[in-house]
Design a protein around this ligand. Structure first.
Ligand SMILES: Cc1cc2nc3c(=O)[nH]c(=O)nc-3n(C[C@H](O)[C@H](O)[C@H](O)COP(=O)(O)O)c2cc1C
Length: 246
C-alpha cells in the first residue's frame, strides 16, 4: 500500500541553531496569538476546584495499571471528577497566563482546545462543551441531540463500542498557528508530540476514579470537525478519548 502525503522529514529536528533563526512570525515581532479561543457568549459554567479532588491512588499504581479501556458501564461521572480530568489534561498551573499547564508544551505554545461531549455527568446537562483553561470553566457549545448522536459513529465501526458507551468524550483540536507563530514548519512535529502528553495525563487521571479511557486517532475528520463546528483549517480535530466508569 502506498502512503499518501507521507513525509518522514516532519519528525526530524534538522535545524542547526534552533527556531530563533527561523523567519517565524515570533522572530519577526508579530504579536503572540491568544492562548485560548474566544467565546461567542459570556455565559460560563463553573467547575470544581481541582484541589478539592482527593486522588487516593498512588502514582506508581496509576502508572502501572493504566490501560486502554474500551468497555464502560452506564454510571455517571461527578462534576468533581470531570473538573479534575479537564484540569489534569490542560489546566493552567501558573498565574492565569496559560504558559504553564499540567502537560508540557514545546515553547509553552499549548496549541490545543478541549471539547467534551457530555452524556452522563451529575449536575451537568448533556451537551457539547469547550473547556476554558485560563478560567477553569466550561462554555456550552451546543445541546443539539443530532450532533451529539453522531459522535458514537464518528470513529468508524472499530471504535464504535467505546464511543457509544462513554460518559464523556474528549475531543482535542489543534490551533496550528499558535505553534507555527513560534516554530514555523517545525510546528507540526511539536503539535503531535504535545498531544501525547495531554492524553497520557488523562490515562493517569482516570485511574483515580475507577474510570478508563482509550486514545483514538482513527476518526472521520470531517464528521468530528462538523460536530464541534471548527473550520478544518485554522482549527481541526487531532485526537479523541472516550471516558467512562469501568
Ligand atoms: C496515538 C495513539 C492512537 C491510538 N488510536 C487508537 C484508536 O483509534 N482506536 C483504539 O481502539 N485504540 C487506539 N489507541 C490505543 C492503542 O491501541 C493502545 O495504546 C495499544 O493497543 C496498547 O494498549 P494499552 O494502552 O492498553 O497499553 C491509540 C493509542 C495511541 C497512543
Amino acid at each position: 500500500m502506498k502512503y499518501k502525503n507521507f513525509n518522514r522529514d516532519i519528525l526530524k529536528s534538522d535545524f542547526e541553531e534552533g527556531w530563533n533563526r527561523w523567519p517565524s512570525d515570533s522572530n519577526k515581532g508579530v504579536p503572540m496569538p491568544p492562548a485560548q479561543k474566544s467565546c461567542e457568549s459570556s455565559e460560563r459554567i463553573n467547575l470544581v476546584d481541582p484541589h478539592d479532588f482527593k486522588f487516593e491512588v498512588k502514582l506508581q499504581d496509576a502508572v502501572k495499571n493504566r490501560r486502554s479501556r474500551r468497555k464502560f458501564t452506564q454510571e455517571h461521572l461527578t462534576l468533581e471528577e470531570l473538573s479534575f480530568l479537564l484540569w489534569a489534561t490542560q489546566g493552567v498551573t501558573d498565574k492565569d497566563v496559560g504558559a504553564h499547564r499540567t502537560a508540557p508544551s514545546a515553547s509553552a505554545r499549548h496549541p490545543f482546545e478541549t471539547y467534551i461531549v457530555v452524556r452522563r455527568v451529575k449536575d451537568l446537562k448533556p451537551g457539547i462543551y469547550r473547556y476554558l483553561p485560563l478560567d477553569h470553566k466550561l462554555y456550552l457549545v451546543s445541546t443539539d441531540a443530532a450532533r451529539m448522536a453522531r459522535v458514537a459513529t464518528s470513529c468508524f465501526e472499530v471504535n464504535g463500542p467505546q464511543m457509544k458507551d462513554a460518559a464523556v468524550v474528549f475531543i482535542w483540536t489543534a490551533v496550528p498557528y499558535r505553534c507555527e507563530w513560534r516554530a514555523g514548519p517545525y510546528a507540526y512535529k511539536l503539535i503531535a508530540l504535545d498531544a501525547g502528553h495531554v492524553c497520557q495525563n488523562l490515562y493517569l487521571a482516570v485511574e483515580a476514579m475507577h474510570a478508563g479511557t482509550c486514545a483514538i486517532a482513527s476518526y472521520d475528520q470531517n464528521v468530528v470537525d462538523k460536530i464541534i463546528d471548527v473550520n478544518g483549517q485554522d482549527e481541526f480535530t487531532v485526537y479523541l478519548a472516550p471516558v467512562g466508569k469501568i
